[in-house]
Design a protein around this ligand. Structure first.
Ligand SMILES: Cc1cc2nc3c(=O)[nH]c(=O)nc-3n(C[C@H](O)[C@H](O)[C@H](O)COP(=O)(O)OP(=O)(O)OC[C@H]3O[C@@H](n4cnc5c(N)ncnc54)[C@H](O)[C@@H]3O)c2cc1C
Length: 361
């Protein structure tokens, strides 16, 4: 690596844009705030993205009364509910909708459930993570409740003022919600780190209550049918929540060459990501795509190999804490967002990294 040039660049920050009508002023409105979080669970545990939604709810108001809604059937939902009830003192209650009709997270069935729970609970806010689950369920539930949702929120400046990216993340837009309750949001989990509390803190676990499903309408349930669930069968961390991500672009040239990146990921305990060009070329499956039409990630370390840095790709990774880019072309746009840049051939760099990095224990 001796003959390569190292670039240190200033990260370009997205433009901050405020689209608030002049007649409004930003101030926190003092009123009773209660939030329903749409929670996802797997294997008896609530997913981290749902806990990020709790952090977002706390940003709306510290006095927020937060209810976490879980749905499904069997012992795993009760295990997840019991974990969640003692996860953080800001959780006021855990609601469990225990029915076979919700064993699989079908959007229509969930939307109907949210409609029912909102009618009973009268929450001022409803929040879901901005992932396939939240993006699927929340707009449908919003339509049933006749409100307009705000999506992809990455900052909260008051109980009704939210920041969200526009133009593929090149500008941030501040919006004020002026509609009727509930104000419905999808939030970017990477922007709201999960709240942790020291293990010696003591508080009473939140109550776990069953949702009364006697009026749960099944009318909408015939519109979609559950077929099967496939998930990444890997010991590597999940791309959406990994601390380190190594991403390859079109320059990798083949699925076989992506094995190099996988070996690097194994050494670093990282998740593997890819650009859309690499996915479209069939080097890796679609679920590894990072970007505007792929996953949004914000790891501690993002390493991009042979990635040009198209705006649609940057939209999915520019919030990463440290970005390292390796590219043959010194003028490649990826260097505008990189903290550390290496102008080099990835086929020289990756084998050297593999040789020098110790095996992860
Ligand atoms: C509506 C829409 C949505 C999109 N959504 C996404 C999205 O979600 N995610 C996404 O990634 N893209 C998305 N795209 C595509 C995006 O515009 C780019 O085409 C894509 O990101 C480019 O991928 P790439 O960087 O792998 O390929 P290229 O742009 O072809 O870049 C390859 C890079 O590799 C470098 N290189 C070549 N050989 C080597 C080598 N041996 N060593 C080191 N460097 C080398 C080159 O200098 C170049 O910079 C979208 C496009 C559209 C229109």
């Amino acid at each position: 690596m001796s003959s390569v040039m190292i670039l240190k660049s200033l990260k370009k920050k997205p433009l901050q844009t405020t689209f608030i009508s002049q007649s409004y002023t930003i101030k926190s409105v003092s009123r009773y705030v209660s939030t329903l979080i749409l929670g996802e669970h797997e294997g008896g545990h609530v997913k981290q993205s749902s806990y990020s939604a709790i952090t977002a709810a706390r940003s709306i108001s510290e006095q927020n009364s937060i209810s976490l809604l879980l749905a499904g059937s069997g012992p795993s939902i009760h295990k997840a509910a019991s974990h969640a009830a003692s996860f953080h003192p800001s959780i006021s209650q855990v609601l469990v909708a225990d029915t076979d009709k919700l064993s699989h997270p079908l959007a229509e069935a969930w939307a109907e459930l949210v409609h029912l729970v909102q009618k009973k609970g009268g929450y001022s806010h409803i929040i879901a993570p901005s992932n396939s689950f939240g993006k699927n369920v929340l707009p449908r539930a919003a339509a049933l409740l006749d409100v307009s949702p705000i999506t992809d929120v990455n900052d909260i400046s008051g109980s009704q003022v939210y920041v969200r990216p526009i133009y593929a993340g090149n500008a941030l837009c501040t919006v004020r919600y002026t509609g009727a309750d509930p104000c419905m949001l999808t939030i970017r989990p990477t922007s709201f780190p999960v709240l942790h509390i020291s293990s010696d803190s003591k508080w009473d676990a939140a109550p776990v209550s069953q949702v009364d499903l006697s009026t749960y309408s099944e009318d909408t349930l015939g519109k979609s049918r559950y077929l099967k669930h496939t998930s990444q069968d890997t010991e590597r961390p999940d791309l959406g929540s990994a601390r380190v991500v190594v991403t390859g672009g079109r320059a990798l040239k083949s699925a076989e060459n992506f094995r190099l990146l996988e070996k690097l990921a194994e050494k670093l305990g990282a998740a593997v990501g890819a650009t859309r060009a690499a996915v479209d070329a069939g080097f890796v499956p679609n679920e590894l795509q990072v970007g505007q039409t792929g996953k949004i990630v914000a790891p501690e370390l993002y390493m991009a190999f042979g990635v040009s840095g198209a705006i649609q790709h940057l939209a999915g990774m520019r919030d990463s804490k440290v970005i390292v880019a390796v590219n043959k072309d010194a003028d490649s746009p990826i260097f505008q967002v990189a903290d550390y840049g290496l102008v080099a051939d990835l086929f020289d760099v990756i084998p050297q990294l593999l040789e020098k990095l110790p095996q992860k224990k």
